[in-house]
Design a binder for this molecule. Structure first.
Ligand SMILES: [Cu+2]
Length: 313
């Protein structure tokens, strides 16, 4: 009886721990069919493109070193980078020129992810790329030999929005050739998200992006060694209130122009009866109004390219 109870208890306990274990079971795609030219795949979504284990790129006398890396991909790697949803466990890898690099790509999500490298020379990698892909949770391992020149290669997942939402990195060969923007934890975005007042408008390319001091601190502190690419300015209230620029100009013209206008009417219409004075001043105002209309028309035609004056009536 005691033995039966122990067996029941152990069964329940092991079933419970299997359910509570959240780590996905990773399937290894290691039986890929070789389709030639470094293209391998299986029927379960595992794929390698641009595999090369032994052909030396031009400029490489020999393989400089053999490097093996593991790249983990999944939603859980995005949590340190606000605004992202997907991520790699690392977003930058550095190797020497002519390295033979073997990448084990481990996808921990229940969707398809890729580790896709661009910009390889087409004399050797005919699609210009090296590409690992697997529908997870699963892993796949591929190898390539890196060219001799110093260059930075973009690495990303090409599933829709996965790169934009953080699944992006760079492979730096030798000294590299610069950096890519928006690599989580490595480089700043080209356009910094702005959560300040009026922050939903895209900034115009000629004006510095306005961020609050808190934003600026947040943008510069988390990424160690990163340099903010965007000028930091304090937020200024937009002058969209009652005293806008055009209103002030209008008031100035009115204040200066009105006494002059009344003086002119008085001068031209003096010595008339009340009725004649009214008619005279209305005629003057009408002439002035017509002159202004003609001037505005002329300016519009002049600056819209139709250099033709209105006929004078
Ligand atoms: Cu992906």
């Amino acid at each position: 009886m005691k033995n039966i109870l122990s067996i029941i208890f152990l069964s329940i306990w092991s079933a419970g721990s299997a359910i509570s274990a959240e780590e996905p079971k990773i399937i290894d795609h290691n039986q890929l069919m070789d389709h030639g030219d470094g293209h391998l795949m299986d029927m379960d979504g595992g794929m390698i493109m641009g595999q090369n284990k032994d052909k030396l790129p031009a400029g490489c006398d020999k393989i400089s070193e053999d490097v093996k890396i593991e790249v983990h991909a999944g939603r859980k790697y995005s949590k340190d980078f606000p605004g992202t949803i997907f991520g790699f466990d690392k977003h930058e890898w550095r190797v020497k020129p002519c390295t033979r690099l073997t990448v084990t790509f481990i996808n921990e999500d229940y969707v398809r992810h890729q580790w896709m490298m661009h910009g390889l020379p087409k004399f050797m990698y005919d699609k210009g790329m090296f590409h690992l892909e697997v529908t997870g949770p699963a892993k796949v391992t591929g190898t390539l030999i890196l060219p001799a020149e110093d260059k930075t290669y973009l690495v990303h997942c090409d599933e829709a929005q996965h790169m934009e939402k953080g699944m992006k990195g760079q492979l730096v060969v030798g000294k590299g050739s610069g950096t890519f923007p928006s690599i989580p934890g490595i480089t700043d975005p080209t356009i910094l998200d702005n959560y300040g007042p009026g922050g939903n408008k895209p900034p115009s390319p000629t004006t510095p992006v306005a961020v609050t001091k808190a934003d600026a601190n947040a943008a510069t502190t988390p990424a160690a060694g990163s340099t903010p690419a965007v000028a930091v300015a304090t937020v200024t209230e937009e002058s969209s209130g009652f005293f806008s620029g055009s209103l002030i100009i209008g008031l100035l013209i009115g204040f200066i122009g009105a006494p002059y206008l009344f003086g002119e009417i008085e001068k031209r219409c003096q010595g008339k009866t009340a009725a004649d004075f009214l008619q005279c001043s209305l005629q003057l105002l009408s002439d002035l109004f017509n002159a202004i209309i003609r001037l505005v028309n002329w300016l519009i035609q002049r600056f819209s390219g139709k250099d033709k004056l209105l006929p004078k009536d």
